[in-house]
Design a protein around this ligand. Structure first.
Ligand code: BGC
Ligand code: ZN
Length: 367
């Protein structure tokens, strides 16, 4: 079967690889689940992997099959699999456990191991292929009514984890009634963070560089959030005008905004950082002021990466609520489909150059 792969360490090496079709017996103890891949989304991580900034091949291979935002349909199950049947729609989690205590209790997204395993990213093949097998522990069922937008679940889980962690941390306050939130960045993660915070009933201000109107600002306003361009309003000014912000979700991909967000966070507030910034940018910051206000304001900042099964299950519920509350909104994020694995060059071309792209994804097989 075909797969889209890269040679890690070699820039621009995306190519079509050939692999044997897996079978349920590849997973021990009758727990194999064979999934036919239908759609796979791509994002900045895939861009970085193809630029050789990131990613490693599994042991015994010189290539890595990429793709971590999957959506598929169960084709066959081993004798010990319960709860999932052929025909069910599913999404697979990305990270696989290492050996730390966090990995052993199912919270592999919190691993303290230096080496981590992520399907399609690091040391494990991904989902831009025709079929995959895995253990049901890592496979989450998607209701039939969400099949059009199921490919958005993985990016949604990144947001779910950040927001759930923020709420968990805020239990320190005994009574926390967040009212106003800011989201920094209006890419896929910023849009989904805006959505999830709106679904939690918060007043949301989303800030990104581009001036409105454009599709992303329209999408933000369509769910009752406010859109502001950082070209006109700084995060600090937005906090004055529309805050105080009880929660800020940073997803701009630009690390200086993390520091501006620290300054703009309200008293007792929580700041969740989700931007993966591979560079070595340096900036000057008002260190005394930020530190002082964090101390005097009892503020918290938390980093968040990846997501475990729990957040995938949460994400399914929020996607369903979103479809009920804002029908058709999620599918407007699916801006750039590319048909067929063989069109990998077009997939990457859209990912790197398409103007106005929100989600670029491969239609591996018909829904
Ligand atoms: C993925 C996460 C992953 C992270 C770091 C993101 O693009 O969506 O699942 O943990 O990259 O590799
Ligand atoms: Zn990703």
């Amino acid at each position: 079967m075909k797969a889209i792969a890269v040679f890690p360490g070699k820039p621009n090496s995306v190519h079509l690889a050939e692999l044997p079709k897996p079978s349920v017996d590849d997973i021990p103890d009758g727990r194999g689940l064979l999934v036919k891949v239908l759609r796979v989304g791509v994002d900045g991580t895939d861009k970085e992997i193809n630029a050789a900034e990131y990613g490693a091949a599994p042991d015994g291979y010189d290539f890595l099959v990429i793709g971590h935002e999957s959506f598929g349909q169960v084709e066959a199950v081993g004798p010990k699999v319960t709860g999932l049947r052929p025909g069910d729609y599913v999404v697979a989690t990305v990270r696989r456990p290492g050996s730390s205590i966090y990995d052993r209790i199912g919270t592999y997204d919190m691993t303290t191991d230096d080496t981590y395993f992520e399907r399609g990213i690091n040391l494990r093949h991904g989902f831009l292929t025709e079929y995959y097998v895995d253990d049901p522990e890592y496979i989450v069922k998607i209701p039939q009514g969400l099949k059009e937008v199921g490919v958005l679940l993985e990016p949604t889980t990144v947001v779910e984890k950040g927001i759930a962690q923020a709420y968990e941390i805020q239990r320190r306050l005994k009574v926390w009634r967040p009212q106003r939130a800011a989201v920094i960045g209006a890419g896929t993660i910023g849009l989904l963070a805006t959505l999830v915070l709106r679904l939690r009933g918060l007043e949301v201000t989303t800030l990104a560089r581009t001036r409105k109107p454009y599709l992303n600002s329209d999408l933000i306003e369509a769910i009752g959030a406010r859109y502001e361009s950082t070209s006109d309003v700084s995060i600090l000014q937005a906090a004055d005008k529309f805050g105080p912000f009880d929660i800020i979700f940073e997803a701009s991909g630009f690390s200086p905004l993390a520091f501006e967000s620290m300054e703009a966070l309200g008293k007792n507030g929580v700041l969740a950082l989700s931007s993966v910034t591979g560079g070595d940018r340096k900036i000057e910051v008002p260190a005394d002021k930020i530190n002082l206000e964090f101390v005097l304001g009892n503020k918290v900042m938390v980093g968040t990466v990846n997501a475990n099964r729990e957040y995938f299950e949460l994400g399914v519920r929020d996607l369903a609520q979103a479809e009920a509350e804002y029908p058709g909104w999620l599918s407007r994020l699916l801006t750039h489909p590319v048909k067929g694995l063989e069109n990998y060059a077009e997939l990457f071309d859209k990912l790197t150059t398409a103007k106005g792209a929100i989600k670029v994804f491969c239609e591996v097989a018909d829904l």
